[in-house]
Design a protein around this ligand. Structure first.
Ligand SMILES: C[S@@+](CC[C@H](N)C(=O)[O-])C[C@H]1O[C@@H](n2cnc3c(N)ncnc32)[C@H](O)[C@@H]1O
Length: 378
């Protein structure tokens, strides 16, 4: 992949930009395999899964800088000044095209970009999520509610210019710190969720929901996990750190299962419940129970499922490793975005052996990765 922004030294986020993709994949595999070392036998590894090397991101998180008349949408440079990256080649084609019109429309609304050094202005970020159907969810991150009315009044023009916009929200982030979003979310449209079809299910994403960055590779990830769970013949599955429920819902759509999902974010759980209700209405094969809770402690007082699937944040599963190790759970499927924490967690679960392992190149042009392993109790 070639990138003008990278070549002009405007953005260095893609640390592997310019390296042939086949070489990136080979280095990624080597790094993951070396880090897991003796924890995974050679024969357990399956072929690395990947998608397109460019135009794969389903979400644009744009920092807004510049001035009201000439806003920039991209990142801030070392002096906290806006750098415009709205033509970034990582965005899915539909997102890439929509961003050009959308940013022109947003500029017309006349919001003053937030100026980090001066602590003035209102519009901090523009976050846009793109579904494979072409539908869009647009989120304005503002410093205060003062300009909400201006955005409300601009909605008809925005939706006339881009009829594929189904959800628009405003997130309020009053703090002067480098966090993307604040606590308060105000949805301005009738629809509150973006529907994303993936791996045989329709997931409902809310503006504050986590979703895997690369829909094409997420589909392969969910299908692989589903293949392993289906082949095990299990009838019960816990989907821990379930987010909007992608793993549990997609496998429950394929084989009859009792699925229990646990997730700390209430909005994600509400979204998962909505997706489960939609799925049950057309395919009542499995039952689903999505709960708000702490995945680290939830397994302790419950009847044990046949498979536990975990997909934690970068830090790994923490004390849950010891809980699983001491439990009688026969199989664990672990999806990790950080092979270092995965290696740490696996060493704390010595009675499990890695039966299958697969690398997913979810983030081409960078060293980020996803690794899926199937553990069986020896
Ligand atoms: C990598 S995401 C996985 C999301 C989901 N499995 C998917 O495929 O989209 C990690 C999720 O763990 C959630 N989380 C973080 N700490 C948690 C905890 N202690 N208990 C439950 N969920 C937690 C986050 O809110 C986030 O949704």
């Amino acid at each position: 992949m070639q990138c003008d922004y990278y070549d002009a030294d405007l953005c260095r986020s893609c640390t592997l930009m310019g390296q042939p993709f086949a070489l990136q994949l080979r280095d990624l595999e080597r790094h993951v395999r070396d880090t897991l070392g003796g924890l995974v036998t050679e024969s357990a590894w399956q072929q690395t899964a990947f998608g397109p090397e460019s135009h794969f991101r389903n979400k644009a998180k744009l920092v807004v800088g510049g001035t009201r008349d000439e806003p920039t949408f991209g990142i801030l440079d070392g002096d906290q000044q806006g750098v415009d990256l709205r033509r970034c080649g990582l965005y899915e084609p539909g997102l890439h095209d929509a961003l050009q019109t959308l940013t022109e429309q947003v500029a017309r609304i006349g919001l003053v970009p937030y100026d980090v050094p001066r602590r003035t202005g209102e519009l901090k970020h523009l976050v846009v999520t793109h579904a494979p159907t072409g539908a869009l969810m647009v989120r304005f991150v503002l410093r205060s509610p003062g300009q909400l009315g201006r955005i409300r009044r601009a909605l008809p023009d925005l939706q006339a210019a881009l009829p594929q916009i189904t959800v628009v929200s405003v997130n309020l982030q009053p703090a002067h710190k480098a966090v993307l979003e604040g606590e308060e979310e105000i949805v301005l449209t009738e629809h509150e969720t973006l529907t994303v079809p993936v791996a045989g299910v329709s997931l409902n994403l809310r503006p504050d929901s986590f979703f895997q960055t690369n829909t094409a590779v997420a589909e392969q990830l969910y299908e692989q996990a589903g293949d392993w769970v289906a082949a095990s013949g299990a009838r019960s599955l816990w989907d821990l750190f379930c987010g909007v429920g992608g793993f549990g819902l997609s496998v429950g759509a394929r084989v009859p299962l009792q699925v229990t999902g646990v997730e700390v974010a209430p909005g994600a759980v509400a979204a998962a419940r909505q997706s489960a209700a939609d799925l049950m209405a057309r395919n009542p094969l499995s039952s689903f129970d999505f709960r708000v809770g702490d995945a680290a402690t939830t397994l302790r007082d419950e009847p044990l499922p046949e498979v536990v699937l975990v997909n934690p944040p970068r830090r790994g599963i923490g004390p849950l490793a010891e809980t699983l190790e001491a439990s009688g759970v026969p199989q664990v499927v672990y999806s990790s975005c950080n092979v270092e924490s995965l290696a740490r967690d696996l060493t704390r679960m010595p009675t499990y052996a890695v039966a299958d392992a697969r690398v997913f190149d979810m983030f081409p042009q960078t060293r980020h990765h996803e690794v899926l392993v199937r553990l069986v109790r020896e």
